[in-house]
Ligand binder design. Structure first.
Ligand SMILES: [Fe+2]
Length: 323
């Protein structure tokens, strides 16, 4: 009888373990794998192929539900690169598919995607069919550029990709489209909304204010207010080739709310120096929670669909690439 109860205990424990495991799942975030045109040997594909291949293998082994790609997939047209941007995109798709077979990848444009393709014609041809087949919801008039996506098996989690390279509105996002998307997701009962783009909201250590969303502070602040209003706690970006975690707070915001801007432009592009948080902060309080130089890697986001009182719904970890 005693043995029966102890066996029951083991089964019970297994049941608890498997249930809690089922509630927790992951997705990955990576960006910036362009080649270095100043190197002696420039990769003809516009991609740092060696690192991107290894990174994709590593991401694939972690079995995430999907991968967000935060831009600068390729270098784009350049005197030192024989392939044109459309061919570079084809190489990128081939390389990612062969090193991470079957992985759902949700990309957004970076500034390098406009080198030779300012209107996004080659971009749409390469990536819009894949996005559409993943059932994303496009912002009005933004097919292939800005969209939301709900993970098929996790209806309470959504991601939103915001394009920043409309030729008439560089460094800006479509605020109207974003607000409509946030509203729609909330109406559907989505609890966790993650936003991703290429450029930072605030200078994170390298690209100056003129070269990120801080170029237009009023629009940038409206963007931040929208994220706060809809309870988004994470904004994933690339652009700077290092890993940086910035906590953003404001005296106007509830004291228990903070927005996390996490940069991980570490998928193979040449590393950048760190000049810390220079530039205008427009009254926002910016605190560096974590930072890493000269390390390739990606972010692994763990989502808990049924967190208990003492558990976090979301956690984010930088996963360095072991070479
Ligand atoms: Fe960039």
């Amino acid at each position: 009888m005693k043995r029966f109860f102890s066996l029951l205990g083991v089964f019970g424990l297994q049941l608890i373990l498997s249930t809690s495991h089922a509630a927790t799942w992951t997705f990955a975030v990576a960006g910036d794998d362009r080649t270095d045109v100043r190197a002696t040997q420039v990769d003809p594909t516009g991609i740092h192929t060696e690192i991107l291949a290894k990174l994709m293998q590593s991401v694939s082994a972690a079995k995430p539900a999907f991968l967000l790609f935060t831009g600068d997939l390729v270098y784009g047209d350049n005197m030192r690169i024989p392939q044109k941007i459309a061919e570079q995109f084809a190489e990128w798709k081939k390389l990612t598919a062969s090193n991470a077979p079957g992985l759902t990848i949700l990309p957004v444009r970076g500034n390098h995607e406009t080198n030779g393709d300012p209107e996004g014609v080659a971009w749409l041809q390469a990536f819009e069919p894949g996005m559409t087949s993943n059932n994303v919801s496009y912002f009005p008039g933004q097919k292939g550029f800005s969209y939301s996506y709900i993970a098929p098996d996790h209806p309470e989690t959504a991601v939103i990709a915001v394009d920043q390279y409309n030729p008439a509105a560089l460094h800006k996002v479509d605020l109207k489209g974003l607000e409509a998307s946030l509203k729609e997701l909330k109406a559907k009962g989505v609890k966790n909304i993650f936003v991703f783009a290429h450029e930072e909201a605030f200078t994170a250590g390298c690209h100056p204010d003129a070269d990120n969303m801080a170029a237009h502070p009023t629009d940038r602040d409206k963007f931040l207010e929208l994220l706060r209003e809809y309870g988004c706690e994470y904004f994933f970006v690339g652009h700077d080739h290092f890993y940086d975690w910035m906590e953003i707070k404001n005296w106007r915001w509830p004291s228990d709310y903070a927005l996390n801007q996490i940069v991980a432009g570490t998928a193979g592009a040449p590393f950048y120096p760190d000049k810390t948080y220079f530039g205008g902060h427009d009254g926002y309080e910016l605190v560096r929670l974590d930072h890493r130089q000269n390390t390739y890697g990606y972010l692994l986001v763990t989502v808990n669909d049924a967190p208990k009182a003492d558990e976090k719904a979301v956690s984010v970890k930088f996963m360095p690439l072991v070479l």
